[in-house]
Design a binder for this molecule. Structure first.
Ligand code: MLT
Ligand code: MN
Ligand code: ZN
Length: 313
């Protein structure tokens, strides 16, 4: 039964980092289990949530290359019966950065459907400069910039306020940039979101990419009911330790869960009632049910998001 109106309804459409779980060509210990139907790792699609304040109209936060699969898997996002020749409950897309896993799905939403894409000027500028996104007919799909610190309403009854978090420009832009890569700068290229009902009765934070927890960010999250946070890697060096690639979590602009400098430790004193890791990379052993790492995260009060996870506030 869908909840009555008057709630904030959140569906995790995709709980994995870029590439999903398993990643198409990955044989790591985690993916090996995900390739097997009876393995201890659930398959996961790429990073996205959907939010609704009335149960009918939905705002998708980050639009992953898996959006079509995600819509198929979630009936609230299907075209309404009797909604006319074309219909979608998705009325808005809000972007937290311009990474491939967060924007490539826009190309799938190109079939003459009106909705609004919200992002900072920096993030919308990346899309603007890439002509493939012109498949979204500008007569139907408006691009609306938001400013950090200035709340906006992507749907009636839903308020979002963005704030800068330490991070990087999209990796593909960083590759083109021959200069020193800045991976923990606080710029409009990577934001976190406070999402709330317009009447202020419920709110949560969504931060799928974050390179460091600054005192300011800790203060912002302190006392929250619910935080979805960057759970990319367990250990900063796990990709290279498993022969998957040279990049560290930090180099990708992401926090690690474990250890004295990790997210679990940073949240220990923050009084956040519900803590959920999202954007979990295929290399992260916390994805393995029953693993030591999963047990440690859960013992510290964390949940590992899975596709289709639903929260009503
Ligand atoms: C990231 O979160 O760092 C990117 O999504 C990585 C990628 O481009 O796959
Ligand atoms: Mn990503
Ligand atoms: Zn893997």
């Amino acid at each position: 039964m869908p909840p009555a109106t008057g709630h904030l309804r959140i569906i995790v459409l995709g709980s994995a980092a870029g590439g999903g779980v398993p990643q198409w060509n990955c044989n790591c210990d985690v993916c090996r289990q995900a390739w097997q139907a009876a393995g201890a790792v659930k398959t996961r699609t790429q990073s996205s949530i959907a939010v609704s304040a009335n149960g009918h109209d939905w705002c998708v936060v980050n639009c992953s290359p898996d959006i079509r699969t995600q819509i198929l898997a979630n009936p609230p996002l299907h075209p309404a019966a009797g909604g006319g020749p074309r219909h979608s409950p998705i009325k808005a897309v809000v972007l937290t950065n311009a990474d491939v896993d967060h924007v490539a799905g826009l190309l799938t939403l190109r079939e003459k459907q009106p909705f609004v894409v919200h992002g900072t000027k920096a993030v919308l500028g990346v899309i603007e400069r890439n002509p493939i996104f012109e498949v979204l007919d500008e007569q139907l799909v408006a691009r609306r910039p938001f400013c950090v610190g200035e709340p906006f309403a992507p749907l009636a009854g839903l308020t979002i306020e963005a704030y800068r978090v330490p991070g990087k420009v999209a990796l593909y832009l960083a590759m083109a940039d021959s200069g020193q890569l800045e991976t923990a700068a606080e710029t409009d290229h990577t934001v976190g979101l406070r999402v709330s009902r317009a009447d202020g009765s419920a709110s949560f934070h969504y931060i799928p990419g974050c390179a460091a927890i600054t005192p300011e960010l800790a203060g912002r999250l302190c006392g929250s009911d619910l935080v979805f946070f960057d759970g990319t890697v367990w250990r900063d060096d796990e990709m290279s330790a498993h022969g998957l690639g040279a990049k560290s979590g930090q180099r990708m602009g992401h926090m690690h869960m474990a250890g004295g400098t990790g997210t679990i430790a940073a949240f220990a004193g923050l009084d956040v009632r519900r803590k959920v890791f999202v954007h979990v990379n295929n290399s992260n052993p916390a994805l393995i049910e029953g693993s030591r790492e999963r047990a440690a995260a859960e013992a510290a009060g964390w949940e590992i998001a899975y596709d289709g996870m639903e929260v009503v506030l």
